[in-house]
Ligand binder design. Structure first.
Ligand code: HEM
Length: 122
């Protein structure tokens, strides 16, 4: 239950940050906090329960697979999102990097939202 609450807080920060995407000074701290919480949760779950090992061994339902695959994919997509976000902050990024940031960030958020919806089956 505690982990679900932490996951909800992470997603809430990401959604709040997304809603403030035009306001850098608000957008960046909110999304960084949300990503940090998500990444910390992944590490906690792996070290406390060996989730990755369990994923390989156990037979999961399709709902559980949806949760696992979309949540794992979202965390992987965070890295290029951060990369392009930092480039935008440095002012060295052109329109292409901005579009890449937007598309990847929206993809990560969509994956994370689906993963969150299916978290209740795990
Ligand atoms: C999952 C997390 C994130 C989401 C959903 C997200 C989403 C977005 C979206 C949709 C935009 C608007 C782009 C446009 O309209 O062209 C944007 C802009 C921006 N993002 Fe993110 N982003 C995320 C993470 C980050 C991170 C980690 C950073 C910095 C390290 C960052 C820095 C920026 C900057 C600097 C802008 C330009 C803001 C402006 O001046 O208009 N973002 N983001």
């Amino acid at each position: 239950m505690l982990y679900k609450a932490i996951a909800a807080l992470g997603l809430a920060l990401l959604l709040a940050g997304w809603s403030q995407r035009r306001k850098r000074s608000v957008h960046v701290p909110l999304v960084i906090a949300g990503i940090a919480i998500d990444l910390t949760l992944v590490l906690i779950l792996e070290f406390s329960r060996d989730v990755i090992g369990m994923t390989v061994e156990k037979q999961w339902s399709w709902q559980q697979w949806t949760h696992i695959s979309t949540s794992a994919a979202a965390v992987l997509v965070y890295f290029p999102v951060i990369w392009f976000g930092v480039a935008l902050l440095r002012g060295k990024a052109g329109p292409a990097a901005r579009t890449a940031h937007r598309r990847l960030a929206n993809l990560a958020l969509a994956l994370r939202t689906i993963g969150f919806a299916f978290m209740w089956y795990v």
